[in-house]
Design a protein around this ligand. Structure first.
Ligand code: BG6
Length: 514
């Protein structure tokens, strides 16, 4: 175990999350699927955090759209979500005026009359609030509705600027974007038939996380790390997205998804692209997307032997007994859906050739931890072999902790005080909370703001989603063709299936402990 020396990495100047004059034009955020959990738990709290920061335009409104008639309860319910979302005092003077700008419109998503009604409703909102015909449609609905809703929006002239040629229309699409390469291509084709690519914002909420964005700042905003960020110095890389929660009542969704589709293909691949990409020419959408795409396209076809999958059985999490996946509500008692997936990839380019990159994502693991670990090569000579305890020099390790306990740890060897030359690993720590204070932001703030500003830098694009699906679809097909015989193969609350350890043992390596 490494000793931890906390080196206070305090911010030198006060840090404000306010970016320079990044206030969007007047607009309405129209949320389809507004009765769902995401709207109340994440989207409205995030919009309110923006309001608190003075980053929303004065002429602004939120319109929730869903099937049920919730006109009377929607705004108070969203207020409840805002208060629970954190960082908000119930007496905050901005709260009531903000909640007063929340509206609701009930319609079925496949009802032509409903879209005509919505059009009129939004025109009234423009009149009342001065929102000038600018609309951000947010599709927080089940994926099977994405293409249909966009089709109806197009059919009813809701995807173009208004009659006077003013106003913009953008559409945010939640994940999952397709379920394999073919379906992602079809979805792209369907929505591109209605919308221009610069109107489409495919969201991956991981890119809203400060710690994920900080990967680029760490690499390209400092001078000392980039020179060692390559195959000459790095032995291997691990990216872990471990969750201690189970499927949280989402049986029907998860049965069709599984860990590879749900987390590895999108969140983990986005993180990988930030870890591995070349410096972009600028921090603009096209430049960043180009570099990300180059990373994904340079990944060698992943042989099936370099993949493993698992499913949790009953076990204990936080000292509480929990059921296995097959016992979860609305899950097939013989389900072969994986709740854990891990792959070994190699990026065949000048920077990374020969450096194994191990990715893993799973539910009901011992801990909730998402992190990137860069394990550096050993020094060429072991000079300090003075006694048995330091025969094996530990490698230098850089850990970027995405969540929880956000921060960065650098591990290096230090001389233990005393008459012998004993080396012990120690950790140098940077903690976000210590340096910048605790934040109640949930990641959607930045992404919603960027979408209102038309900045797509932190959103996935057409080619990107297809490139990641192209990598994983053959694995999904191979897995579907050979159902696992040994599921469940890890206990809830454990570090995952044994086969995941073997993936690294085979290369003479071991995972970082969770
Ligand atoms: C979602 C997945 O996209 O990400 C969930 O559908 C998962 O299954 C979640 O739990 C993880 O997000 P976070 O921000 O909690 O790491």
């Amino acid at each position: 175990m490494a000793t931890t020396v906390t080196v206070p990495a305090t911010a030198v100047t006060p840090v404000s999350i306010k970016a320079d004059e990044r206030i969007p034009e007047p607009c309405v955020v129209v949320i389809f699927g507004a009765s769902g959990d995401l709207t109340k738990r994440k989207l409205l709290p995030a919009l309110y955090h923006l309001e608190q920061e003075g980053l929303l335009p004065k002429e602004f409104s939120v319109v929730g759209v869903a099937r049920r008639d919730l006109s009377a309860t929607f705004a108070p319910d969203m207020q409840d979500g805002i208060l629970k979302g954190g960082g908000v005092d119930a007496n905050d003077a901005r709260l009531k005026p903000f909640v007063d700008r929340i509206e609701y419109f009930a319609t079925n998503f496949d009802d032509d009359n409903g879209y005509e009604g919505l059009k009129k409703f939004l025109a009234d909102v423009d009149g009342k609030r001065g929102t000038k015909g600018n609309r951000l449609f947010y599709l927080a609905v089940a994926p099977e509705f994405f293409a249909d809703i966009i089709g109806y929006l197009g059919k009813h002239n809701l995807t173009q600027s208004n009659e006077n040629g003013n106003g913009w229309v953008r559409v945010v699409i939640e994940k999952p974007f397709g379920t394999d390469l073919e379906s992602a291509k079809k979805l792209n084709k369907d929505i591109n038939a209605v919308l221009k690519e610069d109107q489409i914002f495919r969201i991956d909420h991981y890119l809203g996380k400060e710690t994920v964005q900080n990967i680029l700042v760490f690499r390209f905003g400092n001078g000392i790390f980039e020179p060692v960020w390559n195959r000459n110095y790095i032995d291997h890389v691990e990216i872990t997205a471990a969750e201690s929660i189970g499927i949280e009542g989402r049986g029907p969704f998860y049965e069709k998804a599984g860990a590879l589709r749900d987390v590895l293909q999108n969140h983990v691949m986005e993180v990988l692209s930030f870890v591995a990409m070349e410096p972009p020419d600028s921090f603009e959408a096209q430049a960043v997307r180009t570099e990300k795409l180059k990373v994904w396209r340079a990944i060698e076809k992943i042989p099936i032997e370099n993949t493993v999958r698992g499913q949790y059985g009953p076990g204990k999490v936080d000292d509480k007994d929990v059921i296995g996946y097959r016992q979860e509500d609305r899950v097939d008692p013989n389900s072969t859906t994986e709740t854990f997936a891990s792959v070994r990839v190699v990026i065949e380019n000048w920077r990374w050739a020969g450096v194994p990159i191990y990715l893993r994502a799973g539910k009901r693991l011992e801990q909730r931890v998402t992190e990137v670990t860069i394990v550096f090569k050993q020094p060429p000579l072991h000079l300090f072999k003075t006694n048995g305890t330091n025969d094996k020099i530990e490698p230098n390790i850089l850990k970027m902790r995405i969540q929880p306990d956000e921060g960065i740890t650098l591990r290096f060897g230090a001389k233990v005080p005393g008459p012998t030359t004993n080396v012990k690993p120690v950790n140098m720590e940077f903690s976000y909370a210590d340096a910048f204070g605790k934040s109640s932001a949930n990641g959607y703030e930045r992404l919603l703001l960027d979408a209102m500003l038309g900045d797509a830098t932190l959103f996935a694009d057409r080619e990107g989603v297809e490139a990641t699906w192209a990598l994983f679809t053959p694995i999904l097909e191979a897995w579907a063709a050979t159902p696992p015989k040994n599921f469940p193969n890890y206990a809830a609350g454990s570090e995952g299936p044994k086969c995941a350890d073997e993936l690294l043992e085979h290369d003479g390596r071991a995972w970082q402990e969770l």
